[in-house]
Design a binder for this molecule. Sequence first.
Ligand code: ARG
Length: 588
Amino acid sequence: STMAAEEPNLKRKLAKLFEASLKATVPNVPDVEPLVAACTAKFGDYQCNNAMGLWAQIKGKETEFRGPPSIGQAIMRNLPQSEMLESCSVAGPGFVNVKLSNSWIAKSVQKMLIEGIDTWAPQLPIKRAVVDFSSPNIAKEMHVGHLRSTIIGDTLARMLEFSHVEVLRRNHVGDWGTQFGMLIEFLFETVPNWEDGKEIAIGDLQAFYKASRERFKNDPDFKERAQKAVVRLQGGEPNYHRAWVQICEISRKEFQRIYRRLGVHLEEKGESFYNPYIPEVLKELTGKNLIEDSEGARVIFMEGFNIPLMVVKSDGGYNYASTDLAALWYRLNEEKAEWIIYVTDVGQQQHFHMVFKAANRAGWLPDDDKSYPKASHVGFGLVLGEDGKRFRTRDTEVVPLVDLLDEAKSRSKAALIERGKNVEWTEEELVQTAEAVGYGAVKYADLKNNRTTNYTFSFDQMLNDKGNTAVYLLYAHARICSIIRKSGKDIEGLKNTGEIVLAHADERALGLHLLQFSEIVEEACTNLLPNVLCEYLYHLSECFTKFYSNCQVVGSAEETSRLLLCEATAIVMRKCFYLLGIVPVFKI
Ligand code: ARG
């Protein structure tokens, strides 16, 4: 539509009112940014915290004010009239507290019910982003680190997409290392009929990888052939190229099994894709005097780092960093992405910060990290086992992800049968629900933590139906849906004919929390912190529980209004689930 959508972010809406007030209050101080925050105290819903800072700026000069409280009073007086506001007060050293009007909150929630939750999508200043996530390595195992990247990256992509940003979901698979020489030679040697395309012949690709590495280590002839094979592959020899394609294809199918289960969509542009761009990009950086020789290699020295970024190895080959520089160039110039987001473990932080710094010195990225285009590294911590050590099973080095997802599913299936003794399941329903709950539990257990910290992987914890778990939240949502269903009312009709009234304190608290959805998604998305959305969702379920235990819904005089609140809660919960990549269930 041509009409600009209404600003859905409550905090920013209030900031606009305060901005007007600040202009009137201190006309001589230019561009005061309103500092608005949700209140934790009982004084109001939001507060404006500009008075103290302003006093520091203007005291000593000729002014009508006697201190922060009198500035606060003036800010309050100068607030424009608005139907949003119920009352306003000044507390302590000049905090200006506002209380939102009940009827405005009610009206806003009802408007969402009628016009849809998409009207609450954040409005971001960019059109296109790249999210580089998952990105496992061909022929190597996809481990829990890649699982974290997949889960976190998918959520960030979903939040951006919801906010009307076009997201290029990039799987930057490692498909171009020196390991391919070894793999191809080993393929030629051990799978004579490899060209039939019977990938079954390789069977377990990881075992194949290990066996070929053994051979590489122990047989000097093989090693030499393998090293030559890399050159022949990179030179484009058809046989070698076909073998490479085959090996990648097998890995790809493995990865795809995981993505399908998790409901994650990715578009592969592996390292090999950027290879042809590397020479030009390095030429440009050389032209800008960024690259120098160091012990036969080509490197970029940068302030603030103890080591240089190597971009050409001493044997003349390219590496991870040269590929990432070319990829960044491509994303900025060819794909015209304004925000490029990389999701990997924190161990790669230095690598990315060096790549960004190089891009910044080349003039590709602006100096400050407030303006666009922008590159961000989203680092995450380790997954730990219950013994507090790096997560692994008894005999293998890493946990195969398929096994892990299988176990989540079978455990949640067992729990569903156990818990829902009187629920009639068809086998299909049971399997679908077990998957939704099991995979949802794995995702939520990961996302609810601040991503930079390590977290402990525990099936018992994540599948618990009490506490801050996906299981608990999925149940809470299903219960709300059943309240509405059992009321026998036509909820769609009521959205237009009924009216929400927020008379009880718990109704109001729920309504206000619903209204904060937009600012929370915006915060989670712009700060790249999915746990912020998880906290919101959990708190929403708490608000609902409080409301539901203190306010009778079905059969009360307020039934219509309260059913509408139930419906709004269910809608917002479902959108949270969606953004977290969790599939809601209705029967449990
Ligand atoms: N393949 C890498 C790994 O497994 C992650 C790639 C991340 N993305 C990038 N553009 N470097 O650690």
